[in-house]
Write a protein that binds this ligand. Structure first.
Ligand code: CP
Ligand code: NVA
Length: 307
């Protein structure tokens, strides 16, 4: 089903394939907790390429490859000839000769496509300007740990153009869940991508709606999700975005509008005091450390299925 394919965007996968990735993530967590992880990547080499900083993704992917018996090789852009102008296609051709898979965190999503085409081996999106599929899988895993497979309602409060939000929208649409997005009208997601997502949502019965008022979006939801206002690579538009998003902070007061046992989620890293109040992210409703831990199991699942 997956062997030899790349994971650049969850929109490229059928609902049952996403369910399979989630099922295997839970199996991997169980293996780790019982100290009996198998070695499906035995002898397999995986390059992990970073054009931007990372803590969770770096740790989870490098550990995932090692724990599954493979050989990870972490490559930071500044150490590669790529940083001196060697074309990414040449980098891909070389890596394709010596590794069995490539994970890459890139500024421009197109770089992932070029890596995939030039290397001929499976390529995994470890975050691009467009999306963050491994994060969305770990988030769904976290939500199911708290709420089971129920059809829950999620609110996202913040930047409607956010890469983590796009993957969240994709997984919500594929799984038939409900998502309320609170964002200013100036920060709506890209039209073309939203069109694809809303067509999928129509098929699966998923509901994705937009609100300008965060209180309208959060009323009655089970999950309140946010991400930073300024993503890596957007430093030039930081002031403009911060101004637009001033009223889109997750506060304790806002959390009170969600259901009683609602949780707070954030992919991390967070800017306390900006997109979220410290009392929320460090409080009893916060599920952020579970999300971070689950990144390991989803990386293990995806590598074991695709490579
Ligand atoms: N959530 C996430 O991808 O974190 P890192 O940037 O630390 O990898
Ligand atoms: N939106 C954030 C996510 C980091 C994991 C960024 O792109 O910087």
């Amino acid at each position: 089903m997956f062997r030899g394919r790349s994971l650049l965007c969850l929109l490229d996968f059928e609902t049952h394939e996403i369910e399979k990735m989630l099922d295997v993530s839970f199996i991997m967590k169980n293996y780790v907790y019982h100290n009996n992880v198998p070695s499906p990547l035995s002898g397999k080499r995986v390059a992990l390429l970073f054009e931007k900083p990372s803590t969770r993704t770096r740790v989870s992917t490098e550990l995932a490859v090692s724990m599954l018996g493979g050989i990870p090789i972490v490559l930071n852009k500044q150490d590669l000839q790529w940083s001196r102008g060697e074309p990414i296609e040449d980098t891909g051709r070389v890596l394709g000769r010596v590794v069995n898979g490539i994970g890459a965190r890139v500024l421009n999503h197109l770089t992932l496509v070029k890596l995939k085409e030039s290397s001929g081996v499976p390529v995994f999106n470890l975050l691009s300007d467009l999306s963050h599929p491994l994060q969305a899988l770990a988030d769904l895993m976290t939500i199911r740990e708290r709420f089971g497979n129920n059809l829950i309602k999620i609110a996202f409060v913040g930047d409607g153009t956010d890469n983590v939000l796009l993957s969240l929208m994709a997984i919500v649409a594929k799984l038939g869940l409900e998502l309320h997005i609170a964002t200013p009208k100036e920060l709506k997601p890209r039209e073309d991508l939203y069109k694809i997502i809303s067509e999928i949502a129509d098929d699966t019965g998923s509901v994705i709606e937009f609100h300008e008022d965060p209180y309208d979006a959060v009323r009655g939801v089970h999950v309140v999700y946010t991400d930073v206002w300024v993503s890596m690579g957007q430093e030039n538009i930081a002031e403009q975005k911060k101004k637009l998003l001033q009223n889109y902070r997750v506060t304790s007061d806002l959390m009170n509008y969600a259901v009683k046992d609602a949780i707070f989620m954030h992919c991390l890293p967070a800017n306390r005091g900006e997109e979220v109040e410290p009392e929320v992210i460090d409080g009893p409703k916060s599920a952020v450390w579970d999300q971070a831990e689950n990144r390991l199991y989803t990386a293990m699942a995806v590598f074991s299925l695709f490579i």
